[in-house]
Design a protein around this ligand. Structure first.
Ligand code: TYM
Length: 331
């Protein structure tokens, strides 16, 4: 029997999970888990590259774990673990730091965007974020990394670092391939459709969170910015409506054309009402299941422990290989 290819992805617990995270990442993972040996991490060490309240970090970490499971990630098929429970990630990160260049890290768009609004106190961790991400991916000999569009550059850097290490020593890492969904790769903010929907959006109406109540989901869709054109169509002059059609399409599987046809001659409020209903139908079962899993934190921690044992075993294997090639003495 052929061994399955390996898939790795993760979400950082730096706030509540958004519809962008769900449509750009989690929803695709659920489909992929039958064909790949999957590792899904809650990347808490990435979250602390910017300031986090300890109690919020703990809460978000368990919430993400519950949302993974509630969305359909099956713990019998996939390994769900918390990044900080597998020390190999930080150790590998140090080693890879010595093969990563300041120039290439300085070019990362996410670093430039995130550090732009901060005055002096940009942490070294924020700068080094992509090397930790490379470690996450490379430790598992990953073939495929399903992420939203914004993470593509980090995967390209991971490929460069891995190739550099392999060329310097001998083949050590698989070279991973990014998988960006055709639809859903870039969900935009509901209040500002020129910016991606983000956990850190200051305007809470800009963002739908997976654990939002039905009423809040409907209200946020109702308030989403549109335009005065009044036609439900894909147009670069109607970015708000375009984003809503995109969301509608990813959730229902209908094409843009089908949606435009369906709402011909109908006004935005009709379209928005339907979209609100569609999102509630998609998200409310996930919210209910996640909330019920969160009632039993011990059970979630038990799953985290069992899964991190498996992740530790695989990650250590690659780490040992790296150390040997570099010339570090093992006992
Ligand atoms: P994070 O938590 O910022 O995002 C998690 C995933 O959600 C996707 N995403 C979006 N997709 C579509 N539209 C949006 N508006 C949107 N916002 C976020 C992201 O592309 C991502 O797939 N650095 C990673 C976390 C990470 C990781 C890894 C991922 C750490 N190590 C290793 C893959 C492999 C991140 O962006 O997290």
């Amino acid at each position: 029997m052929n061994k399955k290819q390996v898939l790795f992805s993760g979400i950082k617990p730096s706030g509540d999970i958004t519809l962008g995270n769900y449509l750009g990442a989690i929803k695709n993972w659920v489909d992929l888990q039958n064909d790949y040996d999957c590792y899904f991490s809650i990347v808490d060490l990435h979250a602390i590259t910017v300031k986090q309240e300890p109690k919020d970090l703990r809460k978000s970490t368990l919430e993400i774990m519950a949302i993974y499971i509630a969305s359909g990630i099956d713990i019998k098929k996939s390994t769900i673990f918390i990044q900080s429970h597998v020390p190999a990630h930080t150790e590998c990160s140090w080693l890879l730091n010595c093969y990563s260049y300041i120039g290439e890290l300085s070019r990362m768009t996410q670093y430039k965007d995130t550090s732009k609004n901060k005055d002096q106190n940009v942490s070294v961790g924020l700068f080094d974020y992509p090397v930790l991400m490379a470690s996450d991916i490379l430790l598992y000999q990953t073939d495929l990394v399903p992420v939203g569009e914004d993470q593509k550059q980090h995967i390209e850097l991971t490929r460069d670092i891995a190739t550099r290490f392999n060329n310097l020593y001998s083949p050590t890492f698989k070279i991973p391939t990014p998988s960006i969904p055709k639809a859903g790769a870039r969900i935009m903010g509901l209040q500002d459709p020129t910016k991606k929907m983000s956990k850190s959006d200051e305007n809470e109406n800009g963002c739908i969170y997976i654990l939002d109540s039905d009423d809040v989901i409907r209200r946020k869709i109702n308030k989403a910015v549109t335009d005065t054109v009044g036609i439900v169509q894909i147009s670069d002059d109607q970015l708000g409506v375009k984003n809503l059609i995109n969301i509608y399409s990813v959730v229902t599987g209908l094409s843009f054309n089908d949606i435009e046809e369906k709402y011909k001659g109908k006004n935005y409020s009709h379209f928005k009402k339907d979209l609100g209903d569609i999102l509630v139908a998609e998200l409310s079962p996930i919210r209910e299941k996640a909330n019920s899993l969160l009632q039993n934190k011990d059970e979630l921690l038990k799953i985290a422990k069992e899964n991190s044992d498996k992740a530790n075993y695989v990650a250590q294997k690659t780490l040992r290989k790296m150390k040997k090639k570099i010339g570090l003495i093992s006992l």
